[in-house]
Design a protein around this ligand. Structure first.
Ligand code: MN3
Length: 250
């Protein structure tokens, strides 16, 4: 019965949360949840199938990203990906209790274009909101992420240039990515439409550490045709604290 499942899941989450407080770390909660549900987590940053609350106000990223763009992007574009993903998951009989969104993406070639576009669209946007924060935070990564960037790109500036170029040169709609591959090496890549590097059809595969939306809907109201200006300004709202954690958790 769906109602019973919901209730037992809710009470489990409560118990799990208490256990987590006792241990005062978040990851053991995820591990015990994974065990209880026989759920295969690829990292502590697993993305739920439903749209999560925006972690800040629509106006929080001003002046880099204007309020109206944020509102339309989150409440219309991204909300539509989540809604269409729910439809595709129901139609194609995916058991979302057993299959993480990450695992679904890793086998996306088995599903319809509707699944591919909307599973990607939903995942990409959930990540995108989290890797941004109000202007004025850290301008560059520190610690192990900075070390890895310097090792794989020679310098942070060289990485920035490569990532910026990946966004600028993506023809039409798509994303620029920083990915960590199986050997722990960092790469910059880009994907068309709502594809991402978790997908089995991606040219360059890996764990998406950060991604930049270069669809016109992400910048057109403020920047019109000037995608390079949008990307240059965007570096001011990158949430390096979160990206560092994601890098370490991958
Ligand atoms: Mn978008």
């Amino acid at each position: 019965m769906p109602t019973n499942n919901k209730q037992s899941r809710r009470s489990f989450i409560k118990t799990g949360a208490k256990a987590g407080l006792a241990a005062s770390v978040a990851i053991p909660v995820l591990s015990s949840f994974a065990k209880a549900t026989n759920h295969h987590f690829v990292s502590p940053f697993e993305t739920p199938y439903t749209q999560q609350p925006l972690p800040y106000d629509y106006k929080a990223l001003e002046p880099v990203i204007d309020t109206m763009t944020m509102e339309i992007h989150y409440s219309k574009h991204a909300a539509a990906y989540a809604k269409n993903l729910a439809e595709a998951v129901a139609a194609e009989k995916v058991d979302t209790q057993k299959t993480s969104l990450e695992n679904l993406l890793a086998g996306i070639s088995k599903y319809t274009p509707k699944m591919r576009n909307n599973a990607g669209g939903h995942y990409n946007h959930e990540l995108f909101w989290k890797i941004m924060t109000a202007p004025g935070a850290a301008a560059a990564p520190t610690g192990s992420l900075l070390k890895a960037i310097e090792k794989d790109f020679n310098s942070f500036d060289a990485f920035k240039t490569q990532f910026t170029d990946a966004g600028k040169s993506r023809f039409g709609s798509g994303w620029a990515w920083l990915v960590k591959n199986k050997d722990g090496k960092l790469n910059v890549t880009s994907t068309p439409n709502q594809d991402n590097p978790l997908m089995d059809i991606a040219e360059v595969k890996g764990f998406p550490v950060m991604g930049l939306d270069v669809w016109e809907h992400a910048y057109y109201l403020k920047y019109q045709n000037k995608r390079p200006d949008y990307i240059a300004a965007w570096w001011n709202v990158v949430n390096w604290d979160f990206i560092q954690k994601r890098f370490e958790g991958a």
